[in-house]
Design a protein around this ligand. Sequence first.
Ligand SMILES: NC(=O)c1ccc[n+]([C@@H]2O[C@H](COP(=O)([O-])OP(=O)(O)OC[C@H]3O[C@@H](n4cnc5c(N)ncnc54)[C@H](O)[C@@H]3O)[C@@H](O)[C@H]2O)c1
Length: 347
Amino acid sequence: MKILLTGSAGFIGTAVGELLEADGHEVVRLDLMLPDAHGAAQPPSGTHHLDVRDAGSWVDLLRGVDVVCHQAAMVGAGVTVRDLPHYAGHNDLGTAALLAAMHEAGVGRLVLASSMVVYGEGRYRCAEHDEQVPPPRDVAALDAGDFENHCPRCGRVLEWAVVGEAARLDPRSSYAASKVAQEHYTSAWVRQAGGRAVALRYHNVYGPGMPRDTPYSGVAALFRSSLERGEPPQVFEDGGQVRDFVHVTDVARANLAALRAVVEGETLAYAAYNVASGRPVRILDVARLVAEGSRRRVAPRVTGGYRLGDVRHVVASPARATSELGFTADVGPEQGLPAFATAPLRT
Ligand SMILES: NC(=O)c1ccc[n+]([C@@H]2O[C@H](COP(=O)([O-])OP(=O)(O)OC[C@H]3O[C@@H](n4cnc5c(N)ncnc54)[C@H](O)[C@@H]3O)[C@@H](O)[C@H]2O)c1
């Protein structure tokens, strides 16, 4: 396959590009080198230093391409309100411009990097009242150290349940809103342009090449950076938040499987898949596992602090990716997180 890879210099784009080349494909790399992600670093050799928002001006690069693998985005939790136009620009406008340019160049296949943030609060069940949508967590309860969601009918603590791809989309941040918008533009393009696309909803991705300690880095990198300074990793709430941590090499494998399936026409015209390890883990255990692999074995510190926008639990089922794309994660948290403690990071 000839694949145009956007965001190719990023954390995930780098791993995807390496795997695609190792698998014998031709990769056209493109990245804007956003300063938030790369500082003043120059593009790696062989990378077209271009902006997806201007895709109309580099349509020629798309000619003869079989499929686009769209990883480029501004990432993170939407740290300040001032970031809103940047998410809308790089992610929403960038995707729309790319889709229009693909149509112009006759490229009708896309794999889009989406995210579990499209699900918002995750899925919950009450022992008495079955599935429930909890209201936002109460500040007084959080201040008193009660971090769980409660049944709106009887007040019992709700248990988390795995989220499937058909779940209602419920973005809670500007970043999440932009990832939902990318999916919606893509499904509209599929209908209008007669294309075929797959959205891969990655869970918490970690592994070599992850960005270091920035407000936009994932929690595993933050834990690791604390350990390197000889400080205990700071764990919010009671550490009982449950997530799925998926290794970047597995995310690359999921992309390869999706690219093949979309080019072969083996998927629905538009389909979304969770990309997760299938082995959920508590955040306190993430901190412990990273600490275990670190040279400085400092025990994590549970702070009891909280951030109002954080969701309590979000865990997805990767079953659909397994049955339809043949993807299963190789690296579990017990193996991957201790190894991550000493893996090279992007500076
Ligand atoms: N890292 C995670 O845990 C995670 C989880 C879910 C989804 N994702 C998604 O995966 C994709 C890759 O994320 P990442 O973690 O590798 O982030 P990253 O910041 O390391 O990589 C993103 C790359 O996109 C480039 N880029 C941004 N705007 C661009 C533009 N307008 N034109 C061209 N290039 C542009 C950046 O320069 C950067 O190299 C993103 O779409 C992100 O939303 C990541």
